[in-house]
Design a protein around this ligand. Structure first.
Ligand SMILES: *[C@@H]1O[C@H](CO)[C@@H](O)[C@H](O)[C@H]1NC(C)=O
Ligand SMILES: *[C@@H]1O[C@H](CO)[C@@H](O)[C@H](O)[C@H]1NC(C)=O
Ligand SMILES: *[C@@H]1O[C@H](CO)[C@@H](O)[C@H](O)[C@H]1NC(C)=O
Length: 440
């Protein structure tokens, strides 16, 4: 290489570095996200928080290998290899990202837009590779779905991703798709806005929430190799309500699962639920600002939240801080600094974090656990507790608290009807739903 060429490439990489280090992603909701080895948090796409008709193809990574504070998070833009391009279809929202077993490939899944689409991004080469065509979907079904990888077989599972709304499975070796039945007693009507994640302790997937239940429960285990793969899970403690648009991520190698944020019929939450997996007991941590459709990650003691949207009591969008929000699971507090695993002090009992029932400073300045949209206002002291009641009676309590049950159910039916009609009308176009819809 000549000195000139060397200088050119040096300048090129300096430029790339300065561009990358200077930029942070635009605040969005309903973007795709995944974390690789608790070292790198990836976010891609999403809908603009101030204008729901703007969708981005942004693709960023956040470095979790070193410590930082939330005023200066180390984002960098993921750059596609020379000669390649990010697929045009990834200017998208309502899609999701799965990670291969060898942790070298992120796979993007868009079953919301027509036709459904999948693409691999190889982290070792920074190259894109489209998947073969996904099974065609029935267009008037709302599909805000989450893909997750079986860490033993590398197969990817997407509840509601099959055309008839059963679960879709993808085998990366044969590149074949298959259809998996819904839980016994379930109807393949509409699984959407749930969360779904692999748990390393149980060696199975956990399915949580969503605005329509796939069966009698909203908390399931799916164990692909088991004789009876679906089980409605029994858990105790501060059992979360049936949240939609929340996130669920694994911590401490699957010893804990964290469920954060989301909505329940007309209310938006910033509640943090931590499931102790060996005992299947939930505890409720201190709340952060209510938000939904955000991205979540875990590295060491840190639970990281970025993006999403929120509303105030008059159903007006509340702008959330553009910086990540960090909950330290060990100190059980919302913090303004991320402490990398390398910088975490050694522990006498390193594998047992405390149960997170303590109080702490609130992330992002908010303290309310729940906010009613367009209904009765419940402040921090008057919050209807969504947690302690049994799921069924809890739903009833929330319904009863804001309006009569009949009116709420009818208005939900109308909203779902409107969306179905909209999707029928727009099934050929790539649509963005008004954010009011997500508030059910
Ligand atoms: C939202 O974005 C669309 C598309 O760019 C634009 O046409 C519209 O004017 C924007 N709306 C507002 C309120 O800014
Ligand atoms: C966060 O980092 C910035 C830049 O490195 C620094 O200026 C600021 O003082 C730090 N804030 C805290 C609270 O540590
Ligand atoms: C909600 O936000 C809007 C717009 O910022 C504001 O006008 C309104 O007063 C807020 N409502 C409440 C109850 O805070």
């Amino acid at each position: 290489m000549s000195f000139g060429a060397w200088l050119d490439s040096l300048l090129y990489y300096c430029l790339l570095w300065s561009v990358a280090s200077a930029r942070a992603p635009t605040m969005v909701y309903f973007n795709a996200y995944a974390t690789v080895d608790e070292n790198t948090f990836y976010i891609q796409g999403g809908t603009d928080v101030t204008n729901s008709s703007i969708t981005y193809n942004q693709f960023f990574s956040l470095d979790l290998t070193r410590s930082w504070n939330t005023s200066n998070p180390p984002w960098s833009e993921v750059i596609t290899a020379a000669g390649g391009r990010m697929p045009a279809r990834l200017k998208a929202s309502f899609h999701s990202m799965s990670l291969s077993k060898d942790k070298k490939t992120l796979t993007f899944w868009d079953l919301y837009n027509t036709p459904p689409y999948g693409s691999n991004f190889h982290l070792d080469t920074n190259k894109w590779e489209d998947l073969s065509a996904l099974p065609a979907q029935i267009p008037d079904r709302l599909k805000v779905l989450k893909a997750a990888t079986d860490a033993t077989t590398d197969r990817v599972y997407i509840p509601g991703g099959a055309p008839g709304n059963e679960m879709l499975a993808y085998d990366p070796f044969s590149k074949a798709f298959s259809v998996i039945a819904v839980p016994p007693g379930g109807t393949p009507l509409s699984w959407s806005t749930y969360t779904f994640a692999w748990n390393e302790v149980r060696r199975s997937f956990l399915y949580f929430g969503g605005y329509e239940m796939p069966g009698p429960s909203y908390f399931y285990e799916y164990a692909p190799a088991a004789a009876i793969p679906w089980t409605a899970l029994t858990s105790s403690g501060s059992v979360p309500p049936q949240l939609s648009n929340s996130c669920m991520v694994s911590a401490y190698d699957g010893a804990k699962m964290i469920v954060f944020g989301g909505t329940v019929i007309g209310k938006i939450y910033g509640s943090l639920y931590i499931l102790d997996v060996p005992t299947m007991t939930w505890s409720l941590g201190p709340s952060s600002q209510p938000r939904m459709a955000m991205s979540c990650s875990v590295s060491g003691d840190n639970f990281i939240v970025w993006g999403g949207v929120s509303w105030n009591e008059s159903a007006k969008t509340v702008l959330l801080p553009a910086t990540p929000v960090i909950y330290n699971m060990y100190s059980a507090q919302w913090k303004t600094n991320f402490i990398s695993k390398q910088d975490t002090a050694p522990r006498l009992v390193p594998t047992t974090p405390p149960s997170s029932t303590g109080s702490g400073e609130s992330g992002g300045g908010g303290t309310e656990t729940g906010v009613v949209i367009g209904g009765t206002v419940t402040g921090p002291s008057g919050v209807e507790n969504p947690v302690t009641a049994a799921p069924k009676s809890n739903n009833a309590a929330i319904i009863g608290g804001s309006a009569s049950a009949g009116i709420v159910i009818v208005s939900i039916a109308v909203m779902v009807g409107v969306v179905v009609i909209r999707r029928r009308r727009n099934s050929r176009r790539r649509v963005s739903l008004p954010m009011e819809f997500w508030n059910i």
